[in-house]
Design a protein around this ligand. Structure first.
Ligand code: ZN
Ligand code: ZN
Length: 403
């Protein structure tokens, strides 16, 4: 059966040129077939849009769909079936905020991705990495100081796995790839939500980082690294990492390295904004909440510096627990230092390029997945149209009208 859909009288946003094309858009079998004036499709469902803006479905390059609480240390103590029920809810809400594809930055697995692909749960297309690799005492080691044991049982929900030494990180990378990881995530510096590390620490040796990159590349996959300070960012980039997550404290040399290596920066400003305002109410322990200040204001300065230097930027949010509702607020935060079209590219074409799906998602070109949003205003002149999901009047995913 062909699910044929015709959108009439639209303003179609070409995110590459940043211009609108007046006309129609036709989809069939989940893909965009053609765009242009006065298209016809006798057996298609027709939506007359009366001049409304149509843009590609949004891509969030940094989410955690299993993070039902900001108290990440509690996750492994919860029943995996309970966590899955929450993930289905979290993913459904993401889709209804206009995100038709997300890249999970640790926690999600092949089970959730398959369930979404088979239509068992409603949500964005899910590009997962499995568990993030962390050194002992690193950002993925959620043990408090008084705890020795670490339960590696695959049924326990959690965001990280501990591996130390070149051989161990190779084996861990191969194991995540075996389970279908779309990319490999590595913790290359300290973080906010981890109990025993400092934000300014670097994590993993150069040899370990290079081994992870080598294994990922061997499988035609890539590595994303969590890193804050310039010291951590720059060594991860030198090791061949493709995307830096957060990067709040990067420097001018980082910008040069990004451009030289063709790497991507995925800032996640909204999570610090949300953690500062509401983190404790959503389960973030007070000691972790105090770490937020070290990265909050620096994040916007780093984004501006990277944008000015020509670094390829991707939209990311990194929200946890009850703070997921702020997912679209990242548009408004970035628009303080970037033009709306550049923020839109971060959430469409740039993100598609990072995940190796250029031409398939993040574009209205024929042949792409029919992932589309219909908006009730012009996001090029008012970023508020994307910063608040109430301005999305229709969502189409793989040719099906979701909303
Ligand atoms: Zn991180
Ligand atoms: Zn994250």
């Amino acid at each position: 059966m062909t699910n044929s859909l015709l959108l009439r009288n639209a303003l179609l946003l070409d995110v590459t040129s940043g211009e609108y094309l007046e006309g129609d858009l036709r989809c069939a079998d989940g893909q965009i077939v053609e765009t242009g004036p006065s298209l016809s499709a006798p057996d298609a469902s027709v939506l007359d849009l009366d001049g409304a803006v149509v843009m590609p479905g949004l891509i969030d390059g940094h989410v955690h769909v299993t993070a039902l609480t900001a108290d990440l240390g509690a996750l492994p103590t919860l029943s995996p079936s309970y966590v899955t029920a929450h993930s289905a809810r979290i993913m459904g809400h993401m889709l209804h905020r206009g995100f038709t594809t997300v890249r999970d930055a640790s926690g999600a697995d092949y089970g959730l991705a398959d369930a979404q692909a088979e239509g068992l749960i409603q949500g964005p297309r899910l590009l997962f990495c499995g568990r993030a690799l962390s050194q002992t005492g690193g950002h993925g080691d959620l043990r408090g100081r008084g705890m020795q044991r670490h339960d590696e049982h695959p049924c326990c929900a959690g965001l990280g796995r501990i591996a130390d030494g070149v051989d161990a990180v190779r084996a861990a990378t191969r194991d995540e790839l075996r389970k279908g990881a779309h990319h490999i995530k590595v913790m290359a510096s300290g973080g906010v939500a981890s109990p025993t590390d400092r934000i300014d620490s670097t994590q993993y040796s150069d040899e370990e980082l290079r081994a992870v990159v080598e294994e990922a590349r061997a499988a035609n996959r890539y590595v994303a690294a969590h890193a804050y300070t310039a010291r951590a960012v720059n060594r991860a980039l030198r090791a061949g990492v493709r995307s830096i997550e957060h990067g709040n404290l990067l420097d001018d040399h980082s910008v040069e390295l990004f451009v030289e290596q063709g790497a991507y920066l995925v800032p996640t400003l909204v999570t610090y904004w949300a953690l500062k305002q509401e983190g404790m109410a959503h389960g973030l322990p007070e000691a972790n909440w105090r770490k937020v200040d070290e990265v909050l204001d620096a994040g916007l300065t780093s984004l501006e510096r990277a944008a000015r230097g020509g670094v390829k930027l991707v939209y990311g949010t990194d929200l946890l627990g009850g703070m997921h509702k702020h997912q679209n607020q990242e548009f408004r935060l970035r628009a303080q230092v970037q033009d709306p079209i550049d923020v839109i590219r971060a959430a469409t074409s740039n993100a598609a390029e990072l995940v190796g799906m250029a031409g398939q998602i993040g574009t209205l070109e024929p042949g792409a997945q029919a992932d589309l949003l219909v908006l009730d205003g012009d996001p090029l002149t008012d970023i508020g149209i994307l910063a608040d999901p109430k301005h999305i009047s229709h969502i189409v995913q793989s040719g099906d009208i979701v909303m």
